[in-house]
Design a protein. Sequence first.
Length: 304
Amino acid sequence: MPKQADLYGSASGQTLPVVSYLTYPTTKPQSRNSYAFPYHDSVYGVFEHMLVADESPIFAESISRYPLIMLAHGASAHGIYDIEHAQSLARQGYIVAVVFYGDERSVNADGSYEHAGFLRPLVTQAVLDSILQSETFGPHIDLDNIGISGHSFGGFTALAIAGGDIQGRGDSVSDPRFTAAVIAAPWVGHYEKQKEVFAFGGNNTGLKPVKTPVLTLFGTKDKSTLASFILPATKHFAGPSYVVELIDQPHIFESGSWQDRNNWEMLFFAAYLKDDKQALQKLKLGLSMKGGNQDLQRLEYQRQ
């Protein structure tokens, strides 16, 4: 970690371990090592076909390069929640990396996440560097098509790495290698003692450098990340922007709305990470996803 206590707090100057889980397209799972989610009656998936030490993955197409998608979890959560999410994306032809951020290591004594906010994009960048430098995965990644998807504080992370200036500071970490971002119920600000607090500077104008295409999803009954902060924030994006409201959804979506998120996400990534012209046309014109719960694309916020 850089020695910048004003940005990274107690993590400044320290060496922090970071764990990531990677999954990938394969036609021949060569290992039967599987591990269930360690919670009773979990619906978050299973670690399937885990490789043992010195075992290399067998990719579906050994000479192909796949788009990479990184997944960013919410505050003080962990990446295990995203295991099935990651596997569903891998089945569509992506290499997927789930980052475990370990937010508690940099949370302030008063419980605030100021330093964790600055730490997250730096960790994301470091994990991306590690993956691309890997002899195992690096040669199989399409360097021109790298995306990120995050929920809540993970959505904040995606906006930061895509170019957003945290607290309006130009020295917060971003990375131009990311070419598409999905943000679900993103934290971009809140009320504190009846005053507005913005994540990316006054009125979130620090989001103006975000040129990466962004798909934003929000719940109309979310009391944690309010639409009154999210919708104005999307107007600052400098690149293509699509906004979908998940009707009657709280901050933690119901299962049908998670499926809606996944469907919109797959359409968006197909358009912007696979250059699928048909997917892009559907994304521009589509109003809602079949199945799941009620959702609606807010075309008045769309920017192409």
